[in-house]
Ligand binder design. Structure first.
Ligand code: CP
Ligand code: NVA
Length: 314
């Protein structure tokens, strides 16, 4: 049996570090926090605690949902943009982590290199949360499976088809599916597959849960039987110079009305946002009846509150 105590003091760097039982525990806890928040019941589980949020990339949802989440839990969040920190002038991430451990109770970081997050976590004495790297976006994927569970009532046996770039979001969805028994198909142009090492780890984690993990190149084939269809931008943060080239390559992978028809009639449409409307997804689909994208965005708040409350509590 999983208990809240075993989360205390842990980092949240990738879903790979959590067992299927622990992931389910986090989802159940997030569900409770969401229900109660809606009824006006608040829990000051992090009263007097402070989260530092380091951002080396832009953010709308992550920044606001973490900041509001800390406030709702009775704590405080500090927005720390990279330019305002001595990190921009060469102070190491390790020294930053050691200093922050003297002031803060947790650190959330959004950056490029996953190794930087790992170095920070190693040096800091307080929990570190990965708020997105080029490799992973675990807060997003945990929220996504929470949203799918709300809509479909389960994860095991559900078929999620991610169409587009095999990026940080795709990598994390693979891991989330593998850990929960949800079947994940990543459908991408050749050469844009998910990270090889992550794929291997997902396949091995899936052996325990029975999840089927697949990488395909043909969108029409991939869509067949999909319960969930997911897409994300074709050029992620840091890949701006490739945007034009990618726009051509990814054209056949656009999630439009015609492609959506190939999935199950009751399939839901997801996107982590921000969306580039008219590129990876059409207005018709993102604003359509099957879209749950804004609920998905809302759920970042509830799910991250659960994560913070579990790892940052005394
Ligand atoms: N989905 C997501 O992480 O959004 P932001 O980049 O706005 O934080
Ligand atoms: N793949 C996107 C996700 C943004 C939330 C990026 O990294 O820019």
């Amino acid at each position: 049996m999983v208990s809240a105590r075993e989360f205390r003091g842990r980092d949240f760097l990738s879903l790979y570090d959590y067992s299927p039982e622990e992931i389910n525990f986090m989802l159940d806890f997030a569900e409770r926090l969401k229900d109660e928040q809606k009824k006006g019941i608040t829990h000051h589980l992090l009263k007097g605690k402070t989260l530092g949020m380091i951002f080396k990339k832009s953010s709308t949802r992550t920044r606001v949902s973490f900041e509001v989440g800390m406030y709702q839990l009775g704590g405080f969040a500090l927005f720390l943009s990279k330019d305002a920190l001595q990190l921009a002038r060469g102070e190491t991430i390790e020294d930053t982590g050691k200093v922050f451990s003297r002031y803060l109770d947790g650190i959330m970081i959004r950056t490029f290199d996953q190794a930087e997050v790992e170095k920070l976590a190693e040096a800091a004495d307080i929990p570190v949360i990965n708020g997105l790297t080029d490799l992973f976006h675990p807060c997003q994927a945990l929220t996504d499976i929470f949203t799918i569970r709300e809509h479909k009532g389960k994860l095991k046996g559900i078929k999620l088809v991610y169409v587009g770039d095999g990026n940080n979001v795709a990598n994390s969805l693979l891991m989330a599916g593998a850990k929960t028994g949800m079947n994940v198909v990543v459908c991408c142009p050749p050469g844009y597959e998910p990270h090889e090492e992550v794929l291997k780890k997902a396949v091995s984690a899936a052996e325990l849960t029975g999840a089927e993990i697949q990488v395909l190149n043909d969108p029409a084939t991939a869509m067949s039987g999909a319960d969930v269809v997911y897409t994300d931008v074709w050029a992620s943060m840091g890949q701006e110079s490739e945007a034009q080239k990618r726009a051509e390559i990814f054209k056949p992978y656009q999630l439009n009305g015609e492609l959506l028809k190939k999935a199950k009639d009751d399939c839901i449409v997801m996107h982590c946002l921000p969306a580039h409307r008219g590129e990876e997804i059409t207005d018709e689909v993102i604003d359509g009846e099957q879209s749950v994208v804004f609920e998905q965005a809302e759920n970042r708040l509830h799910v991250q509150k659960a994560v913070m409350a579990l790892i940052m509590a005394d």
